[in-house]
Design a protein around this ligand. Structure first.
Ligand SMILES: O=C(O)CCC(=O)C(=O)O
Ligand SMILES: [Fe+2]
Length: 357
């Protein structure tokens, strides 16, 4: 298994932030206590562990697909590069994104596979993919996408009801059959050449996720969060068999800020883990491209009240469709589009500390 190395445990001497553990089986059963725990996690930090999600086989298959894809020659992978126009689907080479205002470059390579292309395969909706992806569409990628969509849809349903929205409101903003930025991403971060300097360089710069819900799997440390009220980054310890879930910008906007899209980044793994390749896998649930991002004030008194009390209510009417929001954030991270620090600022979303890198 890529990235799984029992010789190098996550160290005990680095600042680590605890996350609440939510049991997906109990959520499915409608357990009130578990639902309250999910609500607490989603509103306070916006990150939680999810256990008993039942997706381990699909996740392992996806890591194999990712390893097969990253082993292709760079020249081959570059035929599928996402480009500089704000398209997310495709291959992203290492070093093509900025990680901060100064234009420091990222170190990760990844492959993004659009939900629309997966569900329509062998028809093509947005773009084509490397042979290693095509070969796995049916056996591996479609089952992973379907399971991830089902899990995120269940979680959205619970949040929908806790937000006081009419039944099915959030589901209608994320129907699988409509085109959207939903995608699977497999990420590889190579061990840094100089591990003494490693911690100085971000693998993925500080960001909030662009969409609604992220379903993340990693084996080695390196993910960090900046929790509200903290001045220093805190690691999230990977726990075997536990996914990490988090809220993204779209859900923060729909909920008038009640649900928290928290700042996070990826740095090289801590301690002895720094010697190994780091692999991670995400499924991002994002709203239909055509949805206008706005707080759902007319559908929930709770959301209306949150916006009324907000210090900066304008952030909940960004005047952008999900498609535009998403393209703007991707495009302005690309080094090729960089004019100066203003380009990085133009890539920002719901970060509570936009300046933090
Ligand atoms: O690799 C990780 O642990 C997190 C990746 C991430 O934050 C992202 O791709 O948005
Ligand atoms: Fe992220």
């Amino acid at each position: 298994m890529p990235g799984l190395n029992l010789q190098a445990p996550f160290p005990d001497n680095v600042p680590t932030h605890p996350l609440l553990v939510v049991d997906y089986e109990l959520i499915q059963k409608g357990d009130t206590e578990e639902i309250n725990k999910l609500w607490k996690a989603a509103t306070e930090l916006g990150f939680w562990y999810l256990k008993n999600h039942g997706a381990d086989d699909e996740v392992n298959g996806m890591f194999e697909m990712g390893a097969e894809t990253m082993r292709l020659p760079l020249e081959e992978k570059m035929k599928f590069e996402q480009g500089d126009d704000g398209m997310s689907a495709g291959y992203k080479a290492a070093g093509v994104n900025a990680t901060d205002e100064t234009g420091a470059r990222d170190t990760v390579e990844f492959i993004n596979i659009s939900k629309d292309d997966v569900l329509a395969y062998p028809e093509q909706v947005h773009r084509d993919y490397p042979s290693t992806v095509n070969a796995r569409m049916g056996p591996t990628i479609k089952p992973f996408v379907k399971k991830s969509l089902a899990i995120n849809t269940t979680l959205l349903g619970v949040l929908n009801n806790k937000l006081g929205l009419p039944q099915g409101t959030l589901a209608k903003l994320h129907p699988p059959e409509q085109h959207s930025g939903c995608e699977a991403r497999c990420i590889k971060n190579p061990p840094p050449i100089d591990s003494a300097l490693a911690q100085a360089r971000a693998a993925i710069g500080a960001h909030t996720d662009f969409g609604s819900l992220s379903f993340l799997h990693n084996r080695l440390g390196g993910l960090q969060v900046l929790p509200p009220g903290y001045e220093t980054w805190q690691y999230v310890r990977p726990l075997p068999g536990h996914a990490i879930c988090n809220i993204g910008d779209a859900l923060s906007i729909f909920s008038g800020g009640i649900l928290r899209s928290n700042l996070h980044r990826v740095v090289p793994p801590p301690g002895e883990q720094v010697k190994y390749e780091r692999w991670s896998l995400v499924f991002f649930t994002r709203p239909s491209y055509s949805e206008n991002l706005r707080a759902l004030v007319d559908d929930s008194p709770l959301i209306a009240e949150a916006v009324a009390k907000s210090e900066n209510p304008a952030v909940f009417t960004p005047n952008a469709t999900a498609k535009d929001w998403f393209a703007r954030r991707i495009k302005n991270q690309r080094i090729k589009n960089r004019k100066g620090p203003e380009t990085w600022r133009a890539s920002r979303g719901m970060e509570h500390r936009p300046e933090a890198a």
